[in-house]
Design a protein around this ligand. Structure first.
Ligand code: NIG
Ligand code: FE
Length: 405
């Protein structure tokens, strides 16, 4: 068997395949990986590597699956740099939202943009995530349209941008991000419209439906109504829960079978217990936590309960202007207390699980040819711990991408 490409002599290849039985990261010392037809066709020690048309020698480097960012809001127009600076001077995130800025200002700019502009902006962002940051699978949410035409345009832009940028995209409908201004005094009518008009219109365009349940956004009861309708239409469920205030949303979503509940800074015991019982993954978002100066989610309690943890950027123009998933993995260790193993699994296999994907986020024969190699900071060992410890010192040396889907 001749491969198209072999990457060999990696100091360690982290397959993230826990089933290999050599520890949670599934390491292969002095490892090699072979690709053909955009698929992984072989993995093992370098001395046994098959022949290939192209061979990359990656001595001194760490290999791992292409990174998986399972929570982003990568489609938007406009800029909120002024709001960011105002926050640095002491303004509160919720005040901007309450005064009609914040998310609302991105809604105004996104509604005003042409669909092709949204696609181009998103393509440029996804291309940057893949080429400069090694992220090859991205979940992208709508939620800056809040009217049917713009929400549909956002979901289409996300999918088309994935094709143009060569990134695997999963889409999530977040029409329940906030109540749009034109419905300010008729929020019940907006929820009804979401359920009766928006959700049926995005069947086939979105993989998941998400609701932001919090002060200034939606209530638990509204969230339940929307997610129940989404479940009945066959969508996977996600939720922004327990971020700014405790609401009980994580428990509600877990009981409905949500695949993940994200943020969780304010989650309580009952929420953790429900997530563990229903197999709901926890999305940890250190970029938003740090930007809004929130406390850490209770990682020790989530871990103890057996909840699967993943780490994502939450890339958006307001609360988390973070593009670099590896940096977020380092921050999850430093600010939330994740172990190196939890953090690296959290940006690969466990993030893939939170998207219902088994073909990405781990390196297995037959899986997608999504792969990155990292060179540790000068003088550092090529180990899992070193690549997270030296924030910004670790360099991306190669990215291999199978056909995006
Ligand atoms: O995930 N929490 C709600 N939504 C986004 C914020 C979006 C924004 O500020 O534009 C988040 O943090
Ligand atoms: Fe978010």
């Amino acid at each position: 068997m001749k491969a198209d490409l072999v990457v060999r002599d990696l100091d360690v290849l982290l397959t993230m395949d826990e089933a290999r039985g050599e520890g949670p990261l599934g390491p292969i010392p002095n490892g090699a990986v072979a690709f053909r037809d955009e698929t992984v066709v072989w993995l093992g020690p370098s001395q046994e590597a098959p022949e290939a048309s192209r061979v990359v020698v990656a001595k001194g480097e760490v290999g791992l699956p292409g990174l998986v960012d399972a929570h982003t809001h990568a489609v938007w127009a406009g800029s909120r740099t002024d709001e960011w600076e105002a926050r640095l001077r002491g303004a509160a995130y919720q005040d901007a939202l309450a005064k009609g800025g914040g998310i609302h200002s991105t809604v105004t700019a996104t509604r005003a943009a042409q669909p092709e502009t949204l696609t181009e902006l998103t393509t440029a962002r996804l291309r940057h995530l893949a080429e400069a940051r090694g992220t090859t699978t991205v979940e992208v949410k709508s939620g800056y349209g809040l009217d049917q035409a713009t929400e549909v345009a956002m979901l289409k832009a996300a999918r088309e941008a994935g094709i143009r940028a060569g990134v695997n995209v999963m889409t999530t409908f977040l029409g329940a991000h906030v109540v749009p201004k034109e419905y300010a005094n008729r929020r019940d009518a907006y929820v009804t419209e979401l359920v009766q008009v928006h959700l049926p219109a995005i069947v086939g365009l979105a993989d998941f439906v998400d609701v932001f349940v919090d002060e200034g956004a939606f209530t638990v009861d509204e969230g339940r109504r929307i997610l129940t309708a989404a479940k009945n239409l066959g969508f996977g469920l996600k939720i922004h829960a327990e971020q700014l205030t405790y609401t009980g949303a994580a428990q509600m979503a877990a009981e409905l079978g949500a695949v993940s509940a994200d943020h969780l800074e304010q989650i309580d015991e009952a929420g953790i217990e429900a997530m563990a019982r229903h197999g709901t993954s926890a999305g940890l978002l250190p970029g938003a936590m740090l930007s809004l100066r929130l406390p850490s989610p209770p990682v020790a309690a989530l871990r103890e309960a057996g909840v699967s943890l993943f780490v994502a950027t939450d890339l958006n123009p307001g609360s988390s202007t973070f593009y670099d998933l590896l940096t977020c993995a380092s921050l999850a260790c430093l600010t939330m207390g994740l172990t190196v193993e939890e953090s690296l699994l959290g940006i690969t296999s466990r993030a893939a699980t939170a998207l219902g994907r088994s073909d990405v986020g781990r390196l297995t024969v037959g899986g997608k040819a999504d792969f990155v190699a990292l060179r540790p900071a000068p003088g550092e060992p090529a180990t899992p711990a070193s690549i997270l410890q030296h924030v910004g010192g670790t360099r991306l040396t190669s990215v291999v991408r199978g056909a995006a889907a």
